[in-house]
Design a protein around this ligand. Structure first.
Ligand code: EPU
Length: 420
C-alpha cells in the first residue's frame, strides 16, 4: 500500500501555490453534462476525486480532451446510459452530483447510495436530495440499495432545506436550472463554491439569482450552452497551508489563493497571535514562536470550516493553553484525535463531537493511518512538526484532494518520501 515517510522537524519556508478548488471541480465536471455543447475548464486540480469524476463522465459518453496541465475540453453530445456505475458510485460520495444532470438530460437516472467516505454516521445521508428531487416532480422508486428517479421534465417548486447542505443546494440548483418554471430554494448553504457554480450555470444560459444567500431563485430554461470556466482557488488548501505555516513556525507565502474565503480562520489567527498579511490573491504568514489557544466550533460558511478542523487541532497542540474543538457538521470526524495522542499530544475526548487540547506539547513520530482526506493532511502537518520519522499509510485518502502534496511541500524544505 502506498505510504508517506516524513522526517519531521525540518525548517520550512518559501512560496506555495494553491490549486483549483476540489469541491467546485466535483460539481463543474458533472454540470458539463447539462449541455450537449463543448465546455472548456481551466485550473482543474489533478487529484484522485477529479479523476474519478472524469472516469464517470467518460463512461457516460463524454469526449474529453486534455488541453493543458490543468485544463480540459469536455463535450457530451449523447449520454450513453442513465445508470451510474455502481462500482464507482458506491465508492465515491461526490457521484451524487451526477444525478441532477442525468435526470435533466435523460428524464431518468438509476444510482446506488453513494459511499466512499468514513465521515458521517455509518453512511452519509442523501434524504434531502431525494426529497428535493421529489419536490421538483421526480417519481422516486427504491429498489434495494438503488434509487430510480424519473421525470420527463422537472417542474419548478419551493423547497426548504431543513438541514443546510452544500451538495444538496448545488444539486437542486442544477436540477432547477433546466426545470420548467420557477424554483425557490430556502435555507441554502452559502459556501463560495455554490456562488461559483451558479456563475458557471448563468454563463451557460441559466437564470439563477441569490446564490451565496439563503434564498436562491431559479427560472428554469430549456437548454444550456457550452463555454469556458476557470475553477477558483481551493479555500481549504489555502487554510491548510496557513495552519501549516503557523504550526511549523514557517514563513510561508501562499499564492493564487483568495484569503477572503478563509476569513473565519484569519479572525482566529488575529486572536491567537499569528500575524499575517493578505492581498486579493496572496497570503503571507509570519510565524509566531508562541501563540495562544482558542476554542472553535465548526459551522456552515462563513463560519469555521469543518474541513479545517483536524488541521486546526494539530495547531492547538502547539498553542499555549487549553482549547475545545467542537465538530458540528459531520459525525466521525475526530477519529484522528487518538493518533495525535499517540504522538504525544495532550487531548481528551469529551464525546464523539468534542475534544479538549492542552498545549503546547512536543509531538513524536508514529506509524499512522489517514482515516479521511482532511484528517490525512492534518497528520502530515503533525508529522512535519514531530521529532523523528512518521509513516502514514492509506494515503489514497490524501491524494483524493491534494495535488502532488509531497513535491509541493518538499519544495518548502519538507522531507516527505512517497513509497508506492
Ligand atoms: N445531510 C443530511 N441529508 C442530506 C445531505 C446532508 O442530513 O441529504 C447532512 C449531513 O449528514 C451533514 C450536514 O447535512 O451532517 C451537512 O453536510 P453537507 O451536505 O453540507 O455536506 P456535503 O455537501 O456532503 C460538502 C463538502 C464536504 C464539506 C461539507 C461541509 C463536497 C463534495 N463536499 O459535503 O467536503 O465537509 O460540504 O462544508 O462539496 C471534504 O472536502 O473533505 C469534504 C468532506
Amino acid at each position: 500500500m502506498p505510504k508517506f515517510i516524513i522526517t519531521g522537524g525540518k525548517a520550512l519556508a518559501g512560496e506555495i501555490e494553491v490549486k483549483g478548488a476540489k469541491n467546485l471541480a466535483l460539481k463543474i465536471l458533472p454540470a458539463t453534462l447539462l449541455t450537449d455543447e463543448a465546455v472548456s475548464i481551466f485550473n482543474l486540480p489533478d487529484i484522485e476525486d477529479a479523476r474519478r469524476s472524469i472516469e464517470l463522465l467518460t463512461g457516460l459518453g463524454a469526449e474529453i480532451k486534455k488541453t493543458g496541465p490543468s485544463s480540459l475540453d469536455i463535450q457530451t453530445k449523447k449520454i450513453k446510459n442513465s445508470e451510474l456505475s455502481p462500482e464507482f458510485a458506491k465508492k465515491f460520495r461526490a457521484s451524487i452530483m451526477f444525478v441532477a444532470p442525468l435526470l435533466a438530460r435523460l428524464g431518468e437516472v438509476k444510482f446506488p447510495h453513494p459511499g466512499g467516505c468514513v465521515i458521517g454516521a455509518g453512511e452519509r445521508p442523501i434524504d434531502l436530495f431525494i426529497e428535493g428531487f421529489a419536490a421538483l416532480g421526480a417519481e422516486i422508486k427504491v429498489d434495494g440499495r438503488f434509487y430510480h428517479l424519473k421525470a420527463r421534465r422537472l417542474r419548478g417548486a419551493e423547497y426548504f432545506f431543513t438541514t443546510i447542505t452544500v451538495t444538496g443546494t448545488e444539486a437542486m440548483m442544477m436540477a432547477a436550472a433546466r426545470a420548467q418554471g420557477k424554483t425557490t430554494l430556502k435555507n441554502c448553504a452559502l459556501e463560495p463554491e455554490i456562488s461559483a457554480l451558479a456563475e458557471y450555470l448563468n454563463a451557460s444560459g441559466a437564470k439563477i439569482k441569490g446564490a451565496g444567500s439563503p434564498t436562491i431563485v431559479i427560472e428554469g430554461v430549456e437548454k444550456l450552452s457550452g463555454g469556458k470556466f476557470t475553477i477558483m482557488p481551493d479555500r481549504i488548501e489555502t487554510g491548510t497551508f496557513a495552519i501549516l505555516a503557523a504550526a511549523a513556525r514557517a514563513p510561508l507565502t501562499i499564492t493564487k489563493c483568495n484569503p477572503a474565503h478563509i476569513e473565519s480562520l484569519l479572525a482566529v489567527f488575529k486572536k491567537i497571535g499569528v500575524a499575517y498579511e493578505a492581498g486579493s490573491d496572496w497570503l503571507k504568514i509570519t510565524p509566531a514562536k508562541k501563540f495562544k489557544s482558542y476554542s472553535i466550533k465548526t459551522h456552515e460558511y462563513p463560519g469555521f470550516p469543518t474541513d479545517l478542523q483536524a488541521s486546526f487541532t494539530v495547531l492547538m497542540t502547539q498553542a499555549n493553553g487549553t482549547s475545545m474543538i467542537h465538530e458540528t457538521i459531520h459525525d466521525r470526524r475526530l477519529l484522528y484525535a487518538d493518533m495525535l495522542s499517540q504522538m504525544g499530544a495532550n487531548i481528551i475526548m469529551c464525546d464523539p463531537h468534542r475534544v479538549v487540547v492542552n498545549g503546547p506539547t512536543r509531538l513524536f513520530a508514529k506509524k499512522l493511518t489517514s482515516p479521511d482526506l482532511r484528517a490525512g493532511i492534518a497528520m502530515i502537518i503533525a508529522a512535519l512538526i514531530a521529532q523523528g520519522e512518521t509513516e502514514i499509510d492509506n494515503i489514497y485518502q490524501i491524494d483524493r484532494g491534494y495535488e502532488n502534496i509531497c513535491e509541493r511541500l518538499n519544495k518548502l524544505g519538507a522531507d516527505i518520501k512517497r513509497i508506492d
